[in-house]
Design a protein around this ligand. Sequence first.
Ligand code: 5GP
Length: 117
Amino acid sequence: MSNDTIFHRIMRREIPADIVYEDEHLIAFRDIAPQAPVHVLFVPKTDIPTLDDLQPAQAEVVGRLLLAAADYARREGFAGDGYRVVINCNANAGQTVFQLHLHLLAGAPLGRFGTPR
Ligand code: 5GP
């Protein structure tokens, strides 16, 4: 079911998470397996399994995710040093949770990315 991912369970407070931000549109919490010193996931409350499912009328959903990530970076004081945002879509990108989410990675130089394994 598209509204029964682990992230929906976090949103419903059925399982714990280190929530760093929430509003009526989205929630943000720390990744359980951080890939950088700062690794926060921004998840819309609208049910959208992958970026491939995003409809033109839902453009605001990704806009809000990006703005929330940028606000968080500014608030936490690392916007100037820099950060990366990533959205994995489907198998080749390694998407494992099928509710759209944006990764915010920061806290150290991140190196390059995108190399096939
Ligand atoms: P994806 O690979 O789908 O782009 O990202 C899913 C992310 O969710 C992974 O980075 C993974 O570590 C994280 N994750 C999976 N299960 C949980 C969980 O129960 N709690 C939290 N906070 N993060 C999770």
